[in-house]
Design a protein around this ligand. Sequence first.
Ligand code: S3P
Length: 169
Amino acid sequence: MSAKVILIGFMGSGKSTVGRLLSERLKLPFYETDELALAQSKRETVAEIFDKDGEVRFRAIERDVAEDLSNLTDCVISTGGGMGINTECISIIKGNIGKVIYLETSFEETTKRLSGDSTRPLFRDLEKAKELFILRAAKYLENCDITIKTDGVTPPEIVDMISMRITGS
Ligand code: S3P
C-alpha cells in the first residue's frame, strides 16, 4: 500500500489510537509527533517540556519534527493537537503526496474522553480548553483534505472510513 496519511485534530480526538490501528490495517509504519518531539527534548513528558521549557520551545521542536517527517513517503503520522493548526508544519509534512485527515470531535465528547486526564498541559483548565477548541476548529478544516466526524464512532469504524476514502476498500 502506498500512502502518506497525516491525522490532525484536537486533543482527545483519537489521533494516536486511530493512527496505530490504521498503520496496522495499511501495513505502513506509524509515527507520532509528540513521541518524536519528546525524543528530541531532554524531558520525560510533553507536560514537562511545557512546564520547564515553555510552549514556544515545544512548538520549535514540533517544527523540527515536521522537517524530519517531510521526506518520508509511505507511513501514517499522528500529530499533536497544536500541530494540526500550524499550516506551515502541515504543508512541510504533507509535501506533494500526503493526505491530511481531520478527526472532528465535539467539545462535549472531548471532555468526556479526557475527564481525569492530567497529562495534557492545555487541557488543565476547561474554560481555556474550550476557547482553544473554538479558535482552532476552522484551522483544522482549512488544513485538511478529508474530515471524519468521530462522535459515537469507534476507532476501528473510523479506520474503516479512512481506509475506504484512501484506498477505496
Ligand atoms: C497539544 C496537544 C498534545 C500535545 C501538547 C499540545 C495541543 O497532543 O502535543 O500537549 O496544543 O493541542 P494530543 O493532541 O495528542 O493530546
